[in-house]
Ligand binder design. Structure first.
Ligand SMILES: [Zn+2]
Ligand SMILES: [Zn+2]
Length: 392
């Protein structure tokens, strides 16, 4: 579901996006999983969801998902790329993301054991793409600091993006000459006989010759080696709306991977906003939260502290006398602009008692002298009072 942002016609807020799951999540492994972990995870999931064996709902979908995840994570280079860029990856990859290619180079027989396939026709093969008429979507991350989130910002970045090869107009064929696939007569699908246990059934699959595209390339374009893509440095300009949340995705239509074979729709580019960690603020929607360690004397006597603030003006924290560790003070309307709606959030300051790690002899003596003043006069009364406070 997409929501348009007024005034920025080439972008939308994307609140939800039918999106691929994280590869590590798919394989149910930790981010630092070893290659043996990955293989084990893949083996057990592949056995569970192999579409020709599994009784699970949407087994085929699941199987494709785990296959894709494993194909990427088991390849050191692709894994590093994925860790860095996420799905549909990299601006700069000559393959324009993980979703673009055809089959995956996984030897299933090797991993699952030959017996697993003894009565399955066709094996596990490559995962067919859902749509070959559309280029892959690309996601990139863009990090800004809190100041830019406060003000809103016009960004300009230069990135390498895959575009249709200019030599062959994205067809992948020399001089753009493509013809219908002879195997499937341009349909992209073929009927196959498949044995499932004792049954034989006809299934329709992506044509293996053209991998579902319906096209045949007689001679490959030399410039892109048949890939139909080239990498081009592009300047992207986009607005970060004031108050944008981390994780906000901006969408640039048609800036993703080029349409396969130069036909159909180009994919989209999603720019995901990340926000740099601020040295002291944490964010809660439009509010900014910080903790302020104070000495005992500051809490008793009160104090005033000035900080440089993200709005360019000084932020004055006034701590009233007799403040308690754990008290909060709120500075209204000095937080971030509200994302939807008007006004600003607040700055919320949590007071904390700072305990010195070490006290010298002289100070110790002074503290001893102050004890009758600082300490509760009647310790038993204090204990009872605290107990009452806690119950209320
Ligand atoms: Zn074909
Ligand atoms: Zn080309």
């Amino acid at each position: 579901m997409l929501k348009e942002v007024v005034g920025t016609p080439s972008f939308c807020w994307v609140s939800e996006m039918s999106e691929k799951r994280d590869y590590y999540e798919v394989l149910e492994v930790a981010k630092d999983a070893s290659s043996a972990d990955l293989k084990n995870a893949f083996r057990s999931l592949a056995r569970k969801y192999h579409p020709d064996r599994s009784k699970e709902d949407n087994a085929e979908e699941k199987f494709k998902e785990i296959q894709e995840a494993y194909a990427v994570l088991s390849d050191e280079q692709k894994r590093a790329q994925y860790d860095r860029f996420g799905h549909d990856g990299p601006a700069g990859s000559p393959f324009g993301g993980f979703g673009g290619g055809g089959g995956f180079n996984i030897n299933l027989e090797d991993i699952l054991g030959g017996d697993f396939f003894s009565n399955i026709f066709g094996g596990g093969g490559g995962a067919g793409r859902q749509s070959r008429r559309r280029g892959s979507d690309i996601r990139m991350f863009h990090t800004v600091d809190l100041k830019k989130i406060f003000q809103g910002s016009q960004e300009e970045v230069v990135v390498d993006l895959p575009v249709a090869c200019t030599k062959c107009a994205g067809t992948g064929a020399k001089d753009g000459n493509i013809s219908d696939c002879g195997e499937c007569n341009g349909q992209g699908k073929v009927r196959m006989r498949q044995q499932v246990g004792p049954f034989v059934q006809d299934v329709v699959r992506d044509c293996p010759t053209c991998r579902g595209s319906g096209h045949q390339i007689d001679e490959r374009c030399e410039a892109c080696r048949g890939d139909g893509k080239e990498i081009k440095s592009s300047t992207l300009r986009f607005n970060i709306p004031a108050g944008a949340e981390a994780g906000t995705r901006l969408r640039m239509r048609g800036k993703g991977g080029p349409a396969p074979n130069g036909k159909g729709e180009d994919g989209d580019l999603f720019i995901e906003i990340e926000v740099e960690v601020h040295p002291w603020f944490e964010r809660s929607n439009a509010d900014l939260i910080m903790s302020l360690p104070l000495g005992y004397s500051d809490l008793v006597l009160g104090t005033s502290i000035k900080l440089e603030h993200i709005d360019g003006k000084e932020l004055v924290l006034k701590i009233p006398p007799y403040s308690n560790s754990g008290d909060t003070i709120e500075i209204k309307k000095r937080g971030l602009p509200r994302n939807r709606g008007s006004g600003r959030g607040d700055v919320i300051v949590l007071l904390k008692l700072h305990m010195p790690k070490k006290v010298d002899k002289k100070s110790k003596k002074m503290l001893q002298e102050l004890k009758p003043v600082l300490g509760p006069a009647d310790i038993l009364d204090r204990i009872k009072d605290d107990a009452i406070e806690r119950r209320n």
